[in-house]
Write a protein that binds this ligand. Structure first.
Ligand code: ADP
Ligand code: MG
Length: 265
């Protein structure tokens, strides 16, 4: 049974599941964008989602914190659970879900506010914090996002004056400030230069362990560098899922091999 589970979901025996998808599908109207996906995201690990453009990576990722609720005509089937609780349950508090599952997007999207206010925004909304407590959260979050040293002397200046790479780390700090358990990242480096990309990749390594991270990337070297597990999607299907080392050195499916060796994509 455990062997069977490992084969089907890529989860190792005894590993702790944070998110699990079972026969999970997503439709846009009649279009079946994500097809009967079964996979477990292991707690405290980095899972990469790879595959050619249009294969359903972003659609799947966005369902994990119900960002797809905002898309007209989008519906889901099957189950998606966070710690055994159905993410699509009719009594799910979506604001609370998004507090537990933070998200970082392709283009850094800081608010047109100061660096400090970007990070303080979420905790302040939740309320009940003193100025000192808020200051401490801002400092810790910026440190965790490897940005503190660069900005500690200009917390009051506008976030929009930062470089793209700094803005993306600020968005990560903003996500961390509300103490999520899971971090979803949709191609977080695709708008960044190589140096900033490498900083974000290092950061993912540092944050794993404490956070469960799901990262969509079209950059296979990046998936190989940063992730513990990799899921390969093709035309809405999860073709292969397993330990990153294994998937990149000894894939079980021809389509995976063709993709990772650059034959299409
Ligand atoms: N809002 C939408 N309405 C209709 N179709 C969509 C929408 N968003 C994505 N799709 C379609 O769903 C499929 C998967 O898209 P997406 O999840 O963005 O793929 P990826 O992130 O892998 O490039 C594509 O065929 C895309 O055109
Ligand atoms: Mg995408």
């Amino acid at each position: 049974m455990e062997d069977e589970k490992q084969k089907r979901y890529g989860a190792k025996t005894g590993e702790d599941t944070a998110i699990s998808a079972r026969n999970f599908s997503v439709y846009y109207g009649n279009f079946h964008a994500v097809k009967n996906v079964n996979m477990d995201f292991v707690r405290g690990k980095v899972t990469a989602i790879i595959g050619p453009s249009g294969c359903g990576k972003s659609t799947f990722l966005r369902c994990i914190n119900r960002m797809n609720d905002l898309v007209d005509g989008c519906r889901t089937e099957g189950s998606l659970q966070l710690d055994g609780i159905d993410i699509y349950h009719k009594r799910m508090d979506v604001a609370e879900l998004r507090r537990r599952i933070g998200m970082v997007f392709q283009r850094p999207n800081p608010f047109p506010k100061s660096i400090y206010e970007n990070v303080a925004y979420g905790p302040r909304l939740k309320g009940g914090l003193s100025k000192d407590e808020l200051d401490a959260i801002v400092e810790t979050s910026l440190k965790r996002a490897a940005l503190w040293d660069e900005v500690k002397d200009r917390l009051a200046s506008s976030a929009l004056g930062m470089s793209g790479g700094q803005q993306q780390r600020l968005c990560i700090a903003r996500a961390l400030a509300i103490k999520p358990e899971v971090l979803l990242m949709d191609e977080p480096c695709s708008a960044l230069d190589p140096k900033s990309t490498s900083r974000i990749e290092d950061l993912m390594g540092e944050l794993s362990g404490e956070y469960t991270i799901a990262v969509v990337t079209h950059n296979m070297q990046q998936a190989a560098r940063v992730s513990d597990f990799t899921a390969f999607f093709y035309e809405g299907n999860l073709v292969e899922y397993g330990a990153t080392d294994k998937l990149f050195t000894n894939p079980a499916h021809k389509a995976t091999n063709d993709y990772i060796t650059g034959r299409f994509g």
